[in-house]
Write a protein that binds this ligand. Structure first.
Ligand SMILES: Cc1cc2nc3c(=O)[nH]c(=O)nc-3n(C[C@H](O)[C@H](O)[C@H](O)COP(=O)(O)OP(=O)(O)OC[C@H]3O[C@@H](n4cnc5c(N)ncnc54)[C@H](O)[C@@H]3O)c2cc1C
Length: 488
């Protein structure tokens, strides 16, 4: 099969690239290794970091690309790809917010995530599924109508130094296939669901138990495919890990994890039965390093039966069919059956079950509860704001075994601002583009060491567009990406 633009991976960057390339008149073919299209994008929260939007203005929020850039660079710990960060931020209003809206995406809500001076995490209606399906429909209408599921790319075909196609495995038919194209856009996502690769590329994590936590297709196949033709990867050791996660008891390999939500009132205790952190800071740049400093690097979230009513699980298996509302029967079964969830009528009993030193948990919970009961604004140990929080009081009590979960890659394939893959001399490899999480969301490491949230999917969509436009130009379609920046 031949195409002008061959896109490998049907997630956020892939669908955006398909819209862009087909919209410019290119013949597009998309390959997807899984049976279902959509990748991490379609199971994600869908939140995008967007700046200077009508939704922000409606809520009286004053934001600007300069303010967002300053937050971004500060939070990234000196490691952001700043040219790409600026390029992305300045294009979020016209080329992401409005662009997606014009293709059927409704931006319905806003949150302020850690590290942001103002709320800019925009939630689309029906989360990532709503967003991805709207964009997929837009891609079909633009003429990108060849989407081959269960087709895994295995290598790139080059001719005289130019990439001219892809070797793949048709997983349904069990046979090798080849595709020829003028340009190839790799959008295969990250490797946060490949524990072997995590330990290989992130040696500092080898001493810890890490859970796999992205989409099942996030196995790092694209990284190896690009490296095999000389593409450079960078910041591969930077992973975005979440702490509010427990092992998935349904995974016979014992490797996958589940993100637990809805228990913001819980306290976290370490293996000594002591609190060690302000639990309201639970993000990848706050909660995770705090737990990684513990021996061992895990903790138990302690909650009571009232708080337990709020538990939800960030995984499609735990959602009601066709929505992101939780399926409480499945969540209840998890709470009853997982060996990483313990329950007892007394705190002492709970403490014994999880092997904490005698008396430590009762003392820790008592001290925390008394801060709330005395009406303190903040707990004196870790500065947690206590307004609206309830004491941990109503039995049965629960303990959830939190282990670090790899959700997103912050590093990846190095590209220029056209998303061309660069070789070790930082020269573009002709005919080869990379976007999305494979490219550290954009350019190799747009987030540096920490992301402001919404800075994974947003840049993946945007870089997918940029790659699709320049790949189409290689085939004589259009003039590349020319976005309208949001500048005064
Ligand atoms: C549960 C969850 C929630 C998230 N929520 C948010 C959020 O709210 N905001 C945010 O900014 N980010 C979020 N993220 C991260 C975000 O979804 C991803 O960073 C983004 O989807 C990356 O887009 P992508 O196109 O690069 O990769 P993906 O969307 O993962 O798509 C990659 C596709 O490539 C396919 N593929 C892999 N290898 C091959 C191969 N060899 N051949 C063919 N196809 C292949 C995969 O199967 C997959 O379908 C979340 C991630 C998860 C897992």
């Amino acid at each position: 099969m031949t195409a002008d633009v061959l896109i490998v991976g049907s997630g956020g960057a892939g669908v955006a690239g398909a819209i862009e390339a087909a919209g410019k008149g290119a013949r597009v073919v998309v390959l997807e290794r899984e049976a279902e299209l959509g990748g991490a994008a379609a199971i994600s929260g869908g939140g995008c970091c967007l700046v200077g939007t009508p939704l922000q203005r409606e809520r009286g929020i004053v934001d600007s690309p300069d303010l967002a850039f300053a937050d971004w660079v500060r939070f990234a710990g000196g490691a952001a790809e700043e040219e790409w960060a600026r390029f992305y931020i300045e294009h979020t209003l016209h080329e992401l917010y409005e662009w997606a809206q014009a293709r059927g995406v409704s931006w319905v809500d806003l949150n302020q995530q850690e590290g942001n001076s103002v709320p800019r995490w925009h939630r689309p209606e029906r989360g990532g599924a709503g967003l991805w399906h709207a964009l997929h429909r837009a891609a079909l209408s633009a003429g990108a109508d060849t989407w081959l599921a269960s087709t895994a790319a295995t290598g790139l075909i080059s001719d005289g130094g130019r990439i001219v196609g892809v070797r793949a495995q048709d997983l349904g038919a069990g046979k090798a296939v080849e595709f020829r194209a003028t340009a190839v856009v790799m959008t295969t996502g990250g490797f946060a669901s490949n524990l072997d690769m995590i330990y290989e590329r992130c040696p500092h994590l080898r001493e810890h138990r890490i859970l796999e936590g992205s989409h099942v297709g996030a196995r790092g196949e694209g990284h190896r495919i690009v490296e095999n033709v000389g593409g450079v990867t960078t910041h591969m050791q930077e992973l975005w890990l979440y702490m509010h996660s427990i092992p998935d008891y349904r995974d016979p390999r014992g490797r996958r994890g589940l993100v637990i939500r809805g228990i913001a009132e819980a306290i976290w205790v370490n293996s000594q039965g002591r609190r060690f952190h302000n639990e309201s800071l639970s993000g990848g740049a706050s909660g995770t390093p705090a737990v990684l400093r513990q021996e061992p690097a895990e903790c138990w979230a302690i909650l009571d039966s009232d708080m337990c009513q709020g538990v939800s699980v960030g995984d499609p298996y735990y959602y009601q069919e066709g929505s992101t509302n939780r399926d409480w029967a499945k969540v209840r079964t998890l709470l009853d059956e997982s060996p990483d969830v313990r329950r007892s009528e007394t705190l002492e009993g709970l403490s014994q079950q999880i092997g904490l030193p005698p008396g430590a948990l009762v003392e820790t919970v008592g001290r925390y509860n008394s801060s709330i009961e005395k009406g303190l604004k903040q707990d004196t140990d870790f500065g947690r704001l206590l307004a609206g929080l309830r004491p941990i009081a109503r039995p049965p009590f629960y303990a959830l075994h939190f282990c670090p979960l790899a959700r997103k890659n912050l590093g990846g394939v190095k590209t220029n601002l056209r998303c061309q893959v660069l070789d070790k001399h930082y020269e573009p490899i002709p005919g080869l583009y990379a976007a999305g999480e494979l490219a550290g969301m954009a350019g190799g490491h747009i987030n540096g060491k920490a992301g402001l949230e919404g800075t994974m999917l947003g840049p993946s969509l945007f870089s997918g567009r940029v790659a699709g436009a320049w790949a189409a130009r290689d085939a004589g379609c259009g003039t590349g990406f020319a976005g309208k920046p949001n500048r005064p």
